[in-house]
Write a protein that binds this ligand. Structure first.
Ligand SMILES: *[C@@H]1O[C@H](CO)[C@@H](O)[C@H](O)[C@H]1NC(C)=O
Ligand SMILES: *[C@@H]1O[C@H](CO)[C@@H](O)[C@H](O)[C@H]1NC(C)=O
Ligand SMILES: *[C@@H]1O[C@H](CO)[C@@H](O)[C@H](O)[C@H]1NC(C)=O
Ligand SMILES: *[C@@H]1O[C@H](CO)[C@@H](O)[C@H](O)[C@H]1NC(C)=O
Ligand SMILES: *[C@@H]1O[C@H](CO)[C@@H](O)[C@H](O)[C@H]1NC(C)=O
Ligand SMILES: *[C@@H]1O[C@H](CO)[C@@H](O)[C@H](O)[C@H]1NC(C)=O
Ligand SMILES: *[C@@H]1O[C@H](CO)[C@@H](O)[C@H](O)[C@H]1NC(C)=O
Length: 414
């Protein structure tokens, strides 16, 4: 998947089949993999990186909770054809108004195995057999290059507020972005819920040249340090937890693309290999179920306030993440972009260890002893620990626009 391979295959195609219309292939600079973040999954994480095509196979596209007629859609539904679904939702150019939902064929409360993804190989960090990352390179010119590392998980386990898990959803897209100047990494964006944090490359912990980032248990929000990450939503404190659990090297099972914007919110993707699917990047629908109605027995309308629910709708894909940024931060409501140059102090810990992982069952799916209980039987014991160089402390409150703001209103209604 590296540039040299891409070039070789691309030339091969051109010479071997001049009558074919060879697809254009992107050259991915070496520094995009050399400085790619390594992701430390939480030690208790059950919802692991997941295969993109598998998400299509384990779901059906639905509109208003009704399956699109099978005869009308490509069969089998492939990543390369996924954008063909847009037309059924009259999606136009509007992600927000695109009502197509890749809806689980299984009842998610029955814990179907595919929701759990793949535990990365303990030696290489590869999510073997699961292409669970898309690496998208936007070359702004003048030596300024942004590389987006888009992480896919089949399921997002929400966070607990007043004893209630809120914000579960099928499908989860998170990302980091490294901004390069003349081939050297300058700064790194970490997605967290509806926003995130930016750090200088130098300030982050590393393994060799590669920044270490921590994926929070369940939500998969990305942080620069392990521990407890609290954010106050008025009087309610909501926590994410990270720890140096299994190491995931997303570059080993990724699709690579270049991206050239033709508008502020859209552009052209070119894959690094002719065999890499492209169409899915233009899909405007959601990668999971539509929020279940309150009448669905699985749903919990928190405090009956119609503000936060146990199950939310699945997310839109990478194109909706701001792929042509001025700053390293996405432009969310004009929020100023501040890049932190020291790591925050580590505080708290991950949730208490309830997972007993054994090295023998790396490729198997974690089993849950009871719904909503993280007790599990598989996973690594020998995950390499990151070398931490923590210095300084910094108050962080980067969360904005979280749907859980509404919890406050809900509490006031009590
Ligand atoms: C969705 O389905 C419900 C029930 O079948 C129906 O009442 C409603 O009008 C539909 N909405 C749209 C936008 O089609
Ligand atoms: C992006 O551009 C493609 C190709 O022109 C188009 O089909 C699609 O609707 C556009 N998507 C958005 C969100 O604007
Ligand atoms: C949350 O609020 C508590 C109590 O006011 C405060 O001690 C804490 O520092 C706040 N945490 C964050 C992340 O702002
Ligand atoms: C992409 O972003 C750059 C830098 O912010 C900007 O100058 C350019 O106009 C944008 N391109 C499009 C097509 O919006
Ligand atoms: C929630 O509201 C519905 C009507 O909106 C009502 O039927 C139900 O009893 C309420 N549940 C609780 C727990 O208050
Ligand atoms: C950022 O977003 C604000 C509104 O949300 C808009 O006014 C502004 O032009 C945007 N800036 C850039 C550089 O796109
Ligand atoms: C979770 O598992 C632990 C250990 O088996 C058990 O003590 C606890 O009651 C379980 N909690 C729930 C909510 O099922």
């Amino acid at each position: 998947m590296r540039a040299s391979v891409a070039l070789f295959l691309s030339l091969g195609l051109v010479t071997a089949g001049a009558h074919l219309q060879p697809r254009q292939t992107a050259t991915i600079p070496d520094f995009v993999t050399k400085y790619a973040p390594l992701v430390y999954l939480d030690q208790n994480e059950l919802y692991l990186p997941s295969d993109l095509q598998a998400q299509l196979e384990n779901t059906y596209p639905a509109l208003n909770f009704t399956q699109l007629p099978k005869a009308d859609i490509p069969s089998p539904l492939l990543l390369s054809d996924l954008e063909q679904l847009n037309i059924f939702g009259n999606c136009g150019e509007n992600f927000d108004a695109c009502p197509i939902y890749l809806t689980s064929k299984d009842d998610v409360t029955a814990n179907p195995p595919w929701l759990y993804g793949v535990l990365p190989d303990p030696v290489t960090g590869e999510s073997v057999g699961a292409t669970s990352c898309a690496i998208i390179v936007n070359d702004h010119g003048n030596g300024l290059v942004d590389a987006y590392y888009m992480y896919f998980y089949a399921f997002n386990l929400g966070e607990t507020v007043l004893g209630q898990v809120l914000g579960d959803h099928v499908g989860d897209w998170e990302h980091s972005m490294v901004r390069f100047q003349n081939g050297l990494p300058i700064s790194v964006w970490l997605s967290q819920h509806d926003y995130g944090q930016a750090f200088t490359y130098d300030s982050l912990s590393k393994k060799g040249s590669r920044p270490i980032i921590y994926s929070a248990i369940g939500s998969h929000a990305n942080y620069a340090v392990p521990g407890t990450h609290s954010r106050n939503v008025s009087i309610v404190t909501i926590n994410d937890y990270t720890s140096p659990g299994p190491v995931w090297d997303p570059t080993l099972s990724a699709y690579f693309y270049s991206y050239t914007p033709f508008s502020p919110t859209n552009g052209t993707f070119v894959a690094s290999l002719p065999s890499t699917p492209v169409g899915w990047l233009y899909f405007e629908g959601r990668w999971g179920d539509e929020q279940y109605p309150d009448s669905d027995p699985r749903q919990v309308n928190f405090l009956n306030a119609s503000i936060a629910w146990k199950y939310e709708s699945g997310p839109t894909g990478p194109l909706d993440k701001g792929l042509n940024r001025t700053d390293v931060c996405p432009n969310v409501s004009g929020t100023p972009c501040s890049t932190l140059s020291t790591l925050p102090a580590t505080s708290g810990s991950s949730i208490p260890v309830t997972v007993t992982r054994t090295t023998a069952t790396y490729s198997s799916v974690p089993t849950m002893t009871s719904k909503g209980n993280r007790t599990s039987s598989v996973g690594p014991t020998g995950s390499p620990s990151p070398t931490l160089s923590v210095s300084g402390a910094r108050a962080l409150n980067a969360n904005i626009g979280c749907t859980l703001w509404g919890v406050v209103v809900a509490l006031m209604l009590l």
